[in-house]
Design a protein around this ligand. Structure first.
Ligand code: NDP
Length: 251
């Protein structure tokens, strides 16, 4: 059972497909779902169809790498959430370009960092006024008040990149998520006093375009674990790196 009783709005980047789209689907099937829901850059026809049949879903066009697009999205979201502000921002959009030591290029490194690392920081900065608005109206920490969830990856764990876990050679993706973890922790330091929860979240290895066909879990399995974890986040999780099953991961 998910407790969304006080979370009125969730913004998910990258909801046109994969895990972001599944979050929207499963959130819509919960009885206490947020009244103002999920938004994203979107060509996704499935998301458009969900928005058509569910007025609480608003699709917002957003390219996370473009300041113009991000600022337009902030204005649009502001007009939807109004004085309540934004309760939960899920920075989910990302890319994974496979490259090993032989094939990695400067371009791939920079493109991956731009989308996976720099964008979540600047999207968060842009939405801070709306997150602060919501934070000012609640107490404690969690998505009932104000939260930034950065969708990271266990592959960003420096400690676990060894032995079997060191097998996926992803020279751009892995460090982009390690750096995202550090950004999450830095945000946690800076936003703690304002009551804005900041967490890095690993959704499991999932069969999506990004995760590939050999992955362990379906999107349904991943998100049905991830959403209760997100709903249960409190001050004790602030600044942490959590897995889809609620375990804490090493940096
Ligand atoms: P997918 O490739 O299925 O989906 C990626 C999403 O990101 C799409 O909606 C895509 O939009 C969006 N996106 C990419 N670039 C941009 C951009 N510049 N602006 C806005 N949106 C953009 O990935 P997953 O669903 O698998 O991944 C979701 C998150 O989970 C990512 O952060 C990923 O790193 C993380 N993760 C995934 C794992 C897995 O096994 N799948 C494992 C660990 C972490 P569009 O359709 O328009 O391209």
């Amino acid at each position: 059972m998910l407790n969304f009783s006080k979370c009125h709005s969730i913004l998910i980047t990258g909801a046109s497909r994969g895990l972001g789209l599944e979050m929207v689907r499963q959130l819509l099937s919960t009885p206490e779902r947020p009244k103002k829901n999920h938004r994203n850059r979107c060509r996704g026809t499935e998301l458009q169809a969900l928005a058509k049949s569910h007025p609480e879903v608003h699709v917002v066009t957003l390219d996370v790498t473009s300041d113009v697009s991000v600022n337009d999205a902030v204005q649009e979201v502001k007009s939807i959430v109004g004085a309540d502000g934004l309760n939960c921002l899920i920075n989910n959009a990302a890319i994974n370009i496979h490259c090993d030591l032989d094939t990695v290029t400067r371009d791939v490194m920079m493109k991956t960092y731009e989308i996976n690392t720099v964008a979540p920081l600047f999207v968060t900065k842009a939405f801070l006024p709306l997150l602060r608005e919501a934070a000012g109206q609640g107490s404690g920490m969690g998505i009932h008040r104000s939260a930034v969830i950065n969708v990271s990856s266990i592959l960003g764990s420096v400690q676990l990149n060894w032995g079997e876990m060191g097998a996926p050679k992803l020279y751009a993706y892995r460090p982009s998520k390690s750096a995202l973890n550090m950004i999450t922790r830095s945000l946690a330091v800076d936003l703690e006093a304002e009551g804005i929860l900041c967490v890095a979240l690993h959704p499991g290895w999932v069969r999506t375009d990004l995760g590939g066909a050999d992955a362990d879990m379906s999107v349904e399995e991943s998100i049905s674990s991830v959403l209760p974890v997100i709903c249960g986040l409190t001050e004790k999780d602030h600044g942490g790196f959590v897995s889809y099953n609620g375990e804490t991961l090493p940096w």
